[in-house]
Design a protein. Structure first.
Lengths: 526, 277
């Protein structure tokens, strides 16, 4: 028994040690310590003099979580006794402490000998290594490392012990679940549908007032998030509902953006069309593009659409970048001075002065977004949406039930493409510029991630996904170079905890009271 | 008014080859109105292949299938569903992540007319049709005894209920002909007798013609008007349950050759039983 605990806990210790080493190598440890210090002391921390306490805290936290995980992994029937847990926690902390100390002895001796490790690992400046050594010498630092790992795992052990002893959820948690049972939000909605309508209306009004109170930076982030939400809603119809994989969604986005650009910019054609008309035309052009892509695959089964659209996206990107089309698309330089809609004077009348340009444009995006949202809702909970979902579940059976799969497939692609076209037009108009570099493969991947992270086929999930994929990286700006690392880790954690997406789709209640069999007999007369 | 055709379904000399293997060889079948026809045979006899040919999953290499005197060879499955042929599957194939009522609504697809434009603008036609189809779905679910499950996810239903749901879904397009592929497979005696009752009501109340494949002889002998026996893709017998029970070829197909004595024994015992009664 002791032996298995020893081998298992030393494995956990090695994992914790490797995580610690990795974090130090990319200098995540000191960055996190810096952020923590900023949080607690109010932004006075200097980059080159991190207080040793916060370094220790970060190291301790990593060991803390490892130990908690170790103690939890036992199946619930067999619990560790306190002695066993203590033994395991000590093993974990010593093994991980050994590993991290080893790294720091090496780094420290380099520092003492005056060698610059930055040649090999660019994140490790001498200042950083000094922070790793807790601003003291090597021997002292090793003691500190062991202290923080042991303290971390002991804290985990004590916390786990306490939670096991009480063996019941904390009082506050119990009170919360009790409250939840008492309120029964879902049931209240069912009984009084008006409450739901009022809530939705309030939400929309709050949403509409939002652009007036936030600053310019938030406005620009919100604009991007909403444009991605529009794209996500379109892609959700294809991937989430009809179950066909699309890898090159950016192609339709680019089609919409370029059509809009060519119709409203002074160069090269000088048409300078009205905003709404141009929006409509770019929507239609993108829809036609979707139709052409859909035609060859309409009678095929499997993931052909993924490959076809992947190719189509590359063709579109290379074409708009090429010399061949440079006279029309501006080649690598793109199209400049794309038109923006003129603000109607009604705003001036009510508010005394016209809205700022970015606020006005955000309203425009919100308007289009709400229309798309309404359309997506309507389509999903209708005969069309149900047929798409049946196709996703089992295409053969759906067809045998009378769903004309080929035309429904093309319909999904056309509608999805048209929505992407509208998003592209908005995007081009918002930037007053469009160029080939904006339509890289990464945009398709992001759009797909919006749908998958939120929950396939779920509309609120897609909106949440748009916020997570485009909004969260902006919120994580503080982490600077590490935000993509942290973002990636968050995505992995998300997919482990909720593999079906954050907000998976819920089936609507549709049933009504049945009538007599006589009516059914009449109904079923062929 | 055209005169009523004499048969719902007529399959004439159906042959289906898979490469060198002849799965169904020159099989003919006539299905009169409001009858229940069973197809039986050992495993691999070509029963399901024959079914797949009728419902349009496979094209037959030779022969013709007439549905109400109209040839339906090579027509895609969705159009066959439009014509009024529905089927269920040997291994249950529901839309597992959709709710029970949504499954039945999909079954009504051929009878719905509203387009996605109607949906987007929420036209009168769309509202009325949606309401009617939901009502019909609930009636159907109530008919097969799943009214209480309507809003559950199909995957969570118990096994027997999933079989019933498949039948409810198949009824959605107002079928003339219902093809049931092993409706009682894997059921306990209680569920089996409930299924027999359901199939009988389908015919007596809703006037639907039924062709079924089944291995459970109790079911087959109980409800069939006529039985078609296939072995190695060939039709070896057709007749009423009594005729099939005493047919030498059928017994050989199931038990192997050299069973003449068995047949005699069986018929003698049957005769004895008759005397006793």
């Amino acid at each position: 028994m002791m032996k298995t605990i020893l081998s298992k806990s030393s494995k956990f210790g090695i994992v914790a040690g490797i995580i610690l080493i990795f974090c130090e190598m990319i200098n995540l440890t000191s960055t996190l310590a810096e952020i923590l210090e900023k949080l607690f002391t109010g932004g006075t921390a200097a980059k080159n003099a991190i207080t040793p306490f916060y370094m220790g805290l970060v190291v301790g936290l990593i060991v803390f979580f490892t130990t908690i995980n170790f103690l939890r992994t036992r199946n619930s029937q067999k619990k560790y006794s306190f002695g066993q847990g203590f033994f395991a926690a000590i093993t974990i902390s010593i093994v991980s402490g050994l590993l991290i100390s080893l790294l720091n002895i090496i780094l420290g001796s380099y520092l003492v000998n005056g060698k610059d490790v930055r040649v090999y690992l660019e994140a490790l400046a001498p200042d950083v290594i000094r922070a790793f050594l807790f601003q003291t010498d090597i021997r002292q630092a090793v003691t500190y490392y062991f202290m923080s790992t042991i303290l971390g795992s002991m804290a985990a052990l004590i916390l786990f012990w306490i939670s096991q002893k009480t063996n019941q959820p904390a009082k506050s948690v119990r009170a919360f679940t009790h409250l939840k049972e008492k309120i029964q939000i879902g049931r209240a909605f069912e009984r009084y549908p008006a409450i739901k309508t009022v809530l939705i209306l309030l939400l929309i009004i709050a949403f509409l007032l939002l652009p007036l109170v936030i600053n310019a930076y938030t406005i620009s982030v919100l604009g991007i998030v909403l444009i991605y939400a529009i794209m996500g809603l379109g892609l959700n119809l294809i991937v989430g509902l009809s179950g066909q994989l699309v890898f090159g969604y950016v192609a339709f986005f680019a089609l919409g953006a370029y059509t809009f650009g060519l119709l409203t910019a002074p160069k090269p054609f000088g048409i300078e069309m009205n905003f709404w008309l141009a929006l409509l035309v770019s929507l239609i052009v993108a829809g036609i593009g979707g139709f052409l892509v859909g035609l060859p695959i309409m009678n095929l089964r499997g993931d052909y659409l993924a490959i076809v659209t992947l190719g189509f996206a590359e063709i579109v990107r290379i074409l708009i970048n090429s010399n061949l089309m440079a006279d029309y698309t501006g080649g690598p330089q793109g199209i400049k001075n794309i038109g923006q809609p003129i603000q109607p004077s009604i705003f001036e009348k009510y508010f005394g002065e016209p809205l700022e340009d970015n606020v006005w444009f955000l309203y425009l995006i919100i308007f289009v977004f709400l229309i798309v949202l309404y359309a997506a809702f309507r389509l999903q909970y209708s005969r069309t949406g149900r047929s798409w979902e049946a196709m996703r579940e089992d295409e053969t059976v759906a067809q045998a039930c009378g769903v004309t799969t080929s035309s429904y497939k093309v319909l999904a692609i056309v509608i999805g493409a048209a929505i992407a076209g509208a998003a592209g037009a908005l995007y081009a108009s918002r930037n007053t510029y469009t160029g080939p570099s904006e339509y890289a493969f990464m945009v398709s991947v992001n759009a797909l991630a919006v749908v998958v992270v939120g929950g396939m086929g779920s509309i609120p999930g897609t909106l949440l996904g748009a916020f997570i994929i485009k909004g969260l990286p902006e919120l994580l700006r503080d982490l600077e170079n590490y935000r993509m690392v942290v973002f990636g880790a968050l995505l992995i954690v998300m997919m482990i905890i909720r593999p079906e997406g954050i907000w998976p789709v819920k089936r609507r209640k549709l049933s009504v009271a049945p009538e007599s069999i006589e009516i059914l007999k009449e109904d079923l007369k062929p | 008014m055209t005169k009523k055709p004499s048969y719902v379904l007529e399959a004439e000399n159906i042959t289906i080859n898979f490469g060198g293997l002849t799965a169904v060889n020159d099989v003919s079948l006539q299905v009169p109105f409001e009858s229940i026809i069973s197809i039986i045979g050992p495993n691999g006899a070509g029963k399901t292949t024959f079914f797949n040919c009728i419902s349009g999953f496979y094209a037959c290499d030779n022969g013709t299938v007439f549905f109400q005197e109209r040839p339906i060879n090579g027509i895609p499955t969705d159009e066959i569903a439009n014509l009024g042929i529905s089927r269920t599957y040997q291994n249950i194939r529901l839309f597992t992540n959709m709710s029970v009522i949504e499954n039945v609504l999909i079954g009504q697809q051929p009878r719905l007319r509203s387009t996605c434009i109607d949906t987007l603008f929420q036209t009168f036609r769309n509202r009325r049709e949606e309401k009617q189809s939901i009502q019909k779905a609930c009636n159907l679910l109530d008919f097969v005894g799943l009214g209480a499950y309507a809003d559950d996810v199909a995957n969570n239903l118990p096994y027997g209920a999933q079989r019933r749901l498949e039948i409810a879904r198949a009824l959605g397009n107002n079928p003339h002909l219902l093809l049931l592929d092993e409706p009682c497979a894997g059921m306990n005696p209680h569920e089996t007798s409930a299924m027999i009752e359901l199939i009988n009501t389908l015919r007596s109340q809703l006037k639907i013609t039924i062709v079924l494949i089944e291995h459970d002889m109790k079911v087959v002998m109980n409800i069939s008007d006529s039985i078609l026996v296939l072995d190695h893709g060939e039709k070896i017998a057709q007749g009423t349950p009594d005729e099939i029970q005493s047919n030498q070829k059928v017994i050989e197909a199931y038990l192997g050759s050299g069973t003449e004595n068995l047949v005699e024994k069986y018929s003698r015992r049957k005769a004895d039983k008759g005397k006793l009664d």
